[in-house]
Write a protein of this length. Structure first.
Length: 79
């Protein structure tokens, strides 16, 4: 991918493409979104406090209103 975020894609555990075509990547304790229009990864920093405590993200999905949800083994559902 153009503009790859250094050291991230090799650690990706979950990938999800939302209704806008943006790619969400869960990689260790990081969440990144690849914005097609800008052709770059953007780190979702507001989720960092929650990500460091996750031991496993099992699912990523989008609800009818466009909200992105993360199913975790240790924290249940997070949005």
């Amino acid at each position: 991918l153009p503009g790859s975020y250094p050291g991230t894609l090799g650690n990706a555990s979950r990938l999800f493409i939302d209704r806008y075509g943006d790619l969400w990547v869960v990689a260790g304790a990081r969440l990144l979104r690849y914005e097609r229009g800008r052709e770059q990864f953007v780190e979702v920093r507001e989720m960092q406090p929650y990500l460091k405590d996750w031991n496993f993200v099992s699912r990523v999905f989008e609800d009818r209103s466009g909200g992105i949800w993360f199913g975790t083994m240790s924290r249940g559902l997070l949005r």
